[in-house]
Design a protein around this ligand. Structure first.
Ligand code: CU
Length: 211
């Protein structure tokens, strides 16, 4: 009887323990589940990462394609970049013996386009204009003097050709001339002028800065 009692008493304990173990088991399962969830989440994430890298890869490839595209179009863009690298200088000359600009800046070796327009109305013989860029160290006074006697060559003296980098034609009223040349590779200040007699003395000149 004595032993039966504890047995009877114990059995609920055992049962309780068993149920606790069961609960513990289920708890473990519950605890394990999030871990499993984590694993599955991780694998999903891995998949996502894979997907992301795939997408990234595709985008990268697409990007590469675009790059190649822009590179091939780029030759056009590079050309236009080169085209925009051309320094276009628009000068006007008037009956008051004045250029609109007395200073211009370009880069060393840059492609330069000079457009000169005579916006005056006086006859070319009395008020012709040109735009002449002289080399560095040119004797400007000597050039100007020589130009006076060079009417036959539109006041661009043949004897001074070696002093000239570039020049436009001599223009009458409403005429335009356009020239293209390479800027000197040596940075510094160069002089441009109109070589029509007395125009340089009247101030038809400017500084052409090569940077
Ligand atoms: Cu002039």
């Amino acid at each position: 009887m004595r032993s039966a009692m504890p047995q009877k008493c114990l059995s609920p304990v055992i049962n309780a323990t068993a149920s606790r173990v069961k609960r513990a088991e289920s708890l473990t399962q519950v605890i394990a589940r999030p871990a499993n969830l984590c694993d599955s989440a991780r694998s999903t994430m891995k998949l996502n990462t894979l997907t992301v890298s795939l997408v990234a890869g595709v985008l990268l490839l697409a990007g590469c394609g675009k790059k190649e595209e822009s590179a091939s179009a780029g030759s056009g863009a590079a050309n236009s970049a080169n085209a925009s690298a051309v320094a276009t200088l628009e000068f006007t000359a008037n009956d008051s013996m004045k250029f609109n600009l007395n200073r211009a800046e370009v880069k060393a070796g840059q492609e330069v386009k000079v457009i000169l327009t005579n916006i005056g109305s006086m006859p070319k013989a009395a008020m012709g204009h040109n735009w002449v860029l002289l080399k560095k160290g040119a004797d400007i006074q000597a050039f100007d003097k020589a130009a006076i006697g060079a009417a036959a060559t539109d006041y661009v003296p043949a004897s001074m050709q070696d002093q000239i980098i570039a020049h436009t034609k001599l223009l009458g009223p409403k005429q335009t001339d356009e020239i293209t040349f390479k800027a000197p590779t040596e940075p510094g200040e160069y002089v441009f002028l109109c070589s029509f007699p007395a125009h340089y003395q009247a101030g038809m000149k400017g500084v052409f800065v090569v940077q």
